[in-house]
Design a protein around this ligand. Sequence first.
Ligand code: ZN
Ligand code: ZN
Length: 173
Amino acid sequence: MKREDARAMARELMDHHGLRDWSLRFDRARRRAGACVHTRREIRLSGPLADLYDAETVRGVILHEIAHALVGASHHHDAIWQAKARQLGAPDSARLSAHLPSPQPSWVGICPVCGTQRELYSAPRRVTSCGVCSRTFDASRIFIWSYKGQPRQPGGQYARQLRSLTRLRHPNE
Ligand SMILES: [Zn+2]
Ligand SMILES: [Zn+2]
């Protein structure tokens, strides 16, 4: 769902449950959908996950965090929290269910020597070589990149850097 819609929904639910003085913040977390930061009176939603989820799922995440806010930090996911979550209509499960979509890293680099994989959510900006099988930069161990499963060389600054590295290796060309 759209972030502005998620924000509006969160605000409405938080106000409704007496959390008017709490704020909502999006963060960049990818392994959990939401968080409740009692010391800052803040409920956080993962921006990347909110983008992927439908409204019903995001609502469940928000209610889950509101339940944490209402019962206090000490309860974690205990029976008191569970009762509150159920009362609010939040899904019972403390964790995100496994079937929810999770963002896949778009860029995958493979070391041509040892096969080590490196995953990135955005294109690499610098040319790097495998640190697993060589401690120092080694042009024969430069990662070979693919984008969403298709071989692709990153462009821009990366491409320029790669060209200059290749020139250094072949000064006569
Ligand atoms: Zn929780
Ligand atoms: Zn390697």
